[in-house]
Design a protein around this ligand. Sequence first.
Ligand code: SF4
Ligand code: SF4
Length: 96
Amino acid sequence: MSNIIGHTRGGTEWTPQFAVELDPKKCIGCGRCYKVCPRNVLDLVERGEDMIDEDNDYDDDEMMVMTIANAGDCIGCGSCGRVCPKGCYTYAAAEA
Ligand code: SF4
Ligand code: SF4
């Protein structure tokens, strides 16, 4: 089985790295990733009990958390992780 690959305009192959995981305990709900995602993959939701890191002192604004709501729409551009201040994202190539 081979990975999904893309091509640059110049014809060079590249392997998209898709957003496969977002650590809700690290996420502060800042929305930066949401703003840059070109495919509406992400959604801001209320932080559940299982999304709280006891060592993290969240303020009121941080009681929302980002989720990968539409994983199948991700194009693997990596923009979300580049703007995330907390290193929440994990990426992986996907099988074609
Ligand atoms: S990798 Fe790109 S398309 Fe996928 S969730 Fe992140 S910003 Fe959106
Ligand atoms: S950029 Fe990072 S910290 Fe901010 S909402 Fe997205 S995942 Fe959470």
